[in-house]
Design a protein around this ligand. Structure first.
Ligand SMILES: C[S@@+](CC[C@H](N)C(=O)[O-])C[C@H]1O[C@@H](n2cnc3c(N)ncnc32)[C@H](O)[C@@H]1O
Length: 437
């Protein structure tokens, strides 16, 4: 479990399980959440259970709107943040009139199913990941009908970079560029902050200002902008890429898998019966059986995570060879639950990771969990890593990202000339009573 964080540090790990994570930065009520000077007002699209909000409210950002389509996510979101702001519904049905005024940042960690290697690779033409388009319509409408938000943040799997040979990401960047954003494409892995391997691509867009200090992108690859990102930038000289002044990310993972585990009693019903665990080990490929033997010998703290796979019509177990959890996934979309193989007692015991362990791996240690493990895994498996987003937003946007909110329409002519924008027909539209003030 992770010790209390001091402002400026992202994570420290003590290696012991217990409570008290993130207390210094964890918002615990509306007045505490907004105790810091306001960095800006943000709207969280594809909000899920709200881990973007969990990440950035402690930096002084104020959430004024959240949207998601999934009632089970909404339930968890409300249990954490209360009843304000969340609008349950399909993003295709949203119009600018549904949004509160004065937005400085809009975020979208949109569905990954069509972009992930495990999915169908339909790309942004797919039904799920294609929900980025109505989001970009909303961003464009905000820019035209109101004042452009200072910043836009997108998050998805790294397959976003390569989908349709980079054409999908380029299309998205073109849309943002058309409404005067400059763009930094960044790779951030949750393992820099938590013991979970979770590489993700972030698209950070900032409104372009005359004489803005942003540097043109360099050509040198780095951990934040690896060679594949540099190749993508070089292949699209028409797009306004920049290198935001980001520090180097942390070198080492704070904590290990063992440090986030709950201490379940041996008779807890979630442990598999001995014979079931033994049967799975027997069916494992030699490499995985060797990993179990290493755990029994005390290597890697005696624990590892495991996914079940179908191989030649049989279910087998595949263990990670390091002290990290694999990338958490939502149990929907063909992906599966992550299991713990625990050999610390001298026997091989197996159980699914708990909802609380999923929460800890996503850096949401003290998020209230009032739903069953299955729903919690659904919510946290699909979410963002809190510390990764906090680190990125802190460094990409600083402590004040407020937009100078000009009167609506002041941006219109330039943008309208550059972007063939047609107002969405499905949204409730500006003319109706806004749901949020
Ligand atoms: C990757 S998850 C985002 C998780 C979220 N950032 C969090 O921290 O929990 C994508 C989310 O998009 C939502 N979603 C999918 N289709 C949608 C749609 N048509 N309209 C609104 N939300 C949608 C899903 O319910 C899911 O919660």
């Amino acid at each position: 479990m992770f010790e209390t964080l001091r402002e400026g540090s992202e994570t420290t790990a003590s290696g012991t399980v217990g409570a008290g994570p993130d207390a210094a930065t964890r918002p615990s009520g509306p007045e505490q959440r907004n105790a810091r000077p306001e960095a800006g007002r943000f709207a969280e699209f594809f909000a899920g259970i709200g881990l973007v909000r969990e990440a950035i409210e402690p930096l002084g950002w104020r959430c004024v709107f959240a949207n998601d389509i999934a009632p089970r996510k909404e339930e968890m979101y409300r249990q954490r943040f209360g009843d304000e702001h969340f609008l349950l519904g399909d993003i295709h049905d949203l119009g600018v009139g549904d949004l509160p005024p004065r937005l400085d940042l809009v975020t979208a960690s949109f569905p990954c199913i069509d972009l992930s290697l495990a999915g169908n690779r339909a790309g942004l033409a797919g039904r799920h990941s294609g929900t980025i388009w109505p989001f970009l319509e909303i961003v464009t409408a905000l820019c035209i009908q109101r004042t452009p938000p200072s910043a836009v943040l997108l998050e998805n799997v790294t397959g976003f970079l390569t989908s349709r040979g980079g054409a999908d990401l380029a299309d998205v960047c073109r849309r943002l560029a058309a409404v005067h954003y400059v763009i930094d494409v960044l790779f951030v892995d949750a393992r820099w902050f938590r013991p979970q391997s979770r590489p993700r691509l972030f698209v950070v867009a900032r409104q372009r200002e005359d004489g803005s200090p942003w540097s043109r992108p360099g050509s040198q690859p780095s951990r934040l902008r690896p060679a594949a990102v540099r190749r993508f930038e070089a292949a699209h000289p028409d797009l306004p890429f920049v290198d935001l002044p980001m520090p180097a990310p942390p070198d080492e993972t704070p904590g290990t898998l063992a440090s986030i585990l709950e201490n379940l009693p041996p008779d807890d019903a979630r442990w598999w019966p001995e014979d079931r665990a033994a049967a799975l080990v027997t069916r494992m490929a030699p490499r995985n059986r060797r990993r179990v033997d290493e755990l029994l010998a005390g290597e890697r703290d005696g624990v590892a995570t495991m996914f079940r796979r179908r191989r030649n019509g049989r279910t087998v177990g595949e263990l990670r060879p390091d002290r990290l959890a694999g990338c958490l996934r939502t149990p929907q979309g063909g992906s599966s639950v992550q299991f713990l193989v625990d050999c610390r007692s001298g026997a091989t015991r197996i159980r699914p990771l708990t909802g609380r362990e999923y929460a800890r791996l996503q850096g949401a240690d003290s998020f209230p969990i009032e739903v069953n493990d299955r729903q919690a895994r659904l919510g946290f498996g699909d979410a963002v890593c809190v510390q990764a987003v906090r680190w990125l937003v802190r460094h990409a946007f600083g402590s004040d990202c407020r937009t100078a909110h000009n009167p609506p329409g002041s941006f219109n002519e330039t943008v309208a000339a550059r972007y063939p924008y047609a107002p969405p027909t499905s949204g409730r539209g500006e003319q109706q009573q806004p749901l949020f003030k």
